[in-house]
Design a protein around this ligand. Structure first.
Ligand code: NAP
Length: 285
């Protein structure tokens, strides 16, 4: 069994991106990510810190706009529109979740798709369904999974790939990206009857649900590649994924740890998208 080491791969990719940023800066382009943060949800603050750290590591500028919990949808849209018009900004990130009274789809819709480095707009999500060539700014978590598999030379072509979870930010775009790479994709969710009958067939199993021990040893076949995207905080403060790591790793050929697997890859792919956006906005291919 080999660990799919998201931290190690992230370091490699960030080093490559730092080189690209250097070249851009030499050409007078300073990639900048603008971040909108509402409130002080501890998980959001922790994600923001990791993202800022990665920006610092590769030389991407960071500009943060903080709002109180009482911010309105209109105020956020106004800020997004101002950032859309600001040529010094290449990426716009609205840290989710937003408070319940804010209509999140309207805020996301306001982001210029060329600056949508999270890949959350309908435009960027829709393009992903056309083909691999149209995956301009792909959602960061699915892109991170794809990059991780690529770095370990795990080809998905012709493989039975089972994705558990069908959210708009992970499961659905991941399924599309896997299809674009000619995998045979099954998507499972809360209404799936007999989840194990699907997971047992998987050559590659990607799980993004948010449920401790959802996937156990008896639910996978020998040699399976497991990408655990789930993040769950236990009462003792430890983070775990959606799979019973100890049991499943006895059968797996490759498996991601949590933390240290898909998580760092998500942040790294945000950096990849920010650099790509900066290039595209400046007509550099
Ligand atoms: P989400 O929007 O809550 O989606 C969860 C998905 O799991 C839904 O499709 C849901 O189906 C499905 N589901 C729920 N219970 C299930 C069950 N018992 N069996 C099968 N499917 C079930 O969450 P998300 O945003 O996609 O995130 C999923 C997990 O990934 C969370 O733990 C989150 O923290 C983590 N995550 C990690 C990263 C990272 O960087 N590593 C990034 C994003 C998210 P229904 O919609 O039908 O209920």
């Amino acid at each position: 069994m080999e660990i799919l080491d998201g931290r190690k791969v992230s370091k490699e990719i960030l080093l490559e991106l730092a080189g690209e940023v250097d070249l851009l800066v030499q050409n007078g382009i300073e990639p900048k990510l603008a971040v909108i943060l509402v409130g002080n949800n501890p998980a959001s603050l922790s994600y923001i810190r990791q993202k800022q750290k990665s920006c610092n590591a590769i030389g991407v500028q960071w500009e943060q706009f903080d709002y109180g919990e009482d911010v309105t949808t209109e105020e956020l849209i106004k800020r997004v529109e101002q950032l859309n018009d600001d040529d010094s900004v290449h990426g716009i990130l609205v840290q989710l979740p937003l408070p319940a009274h804010v209509y999140t789809p309207d805020v996301i819709r306001a982001i210029d798709p060329k600056k949508d480095v999270d890949g959350f707009t309908a435009y960027n999500l829709g393009k992903m369904f056309l083909s691999k060539d149209f995956e301009d700014l792909a959602s960061c978590t699915p892109l991170g999974v794809i990059r991780l598999l690529e770095r370990y030379n795990i080809d998905v072509k012709g493989k039975e790939v089972v994705v558990v979870g069908h959210s708009n930010i992970v499961g659905k775009p991941l399924a599309a990206m896997l299809l674009n790479r000619d995998a045979t994709v099954t998507v499972c969710h809360v209404h799936t009857k007999d989840l194990a009958s699907h997971t047992k067939r998987a050559d590659i199993l990607c799980v993004a649900v948010g449920k401790v021990n959802l996937i156990t040893e008896d639910m996978v076949k020998d040699g399976v590649v497991v990408v655990d995207i789930g993040i769950n905080r236990l009462e003792n403060g430890n983070l775990v994924g959606d799979t019973d790591f100890e049991g499943v790793s006895k059968k797996a050929s490759y498996i991601t740890p949590v933390p240290g697997g898909a998580g760092p890859m998500t942040v790294t792919c945000l950096m990849e998208n920010t650099v790509r956006a900066a290039k595209r906005l400046n007509n550099i291919t």
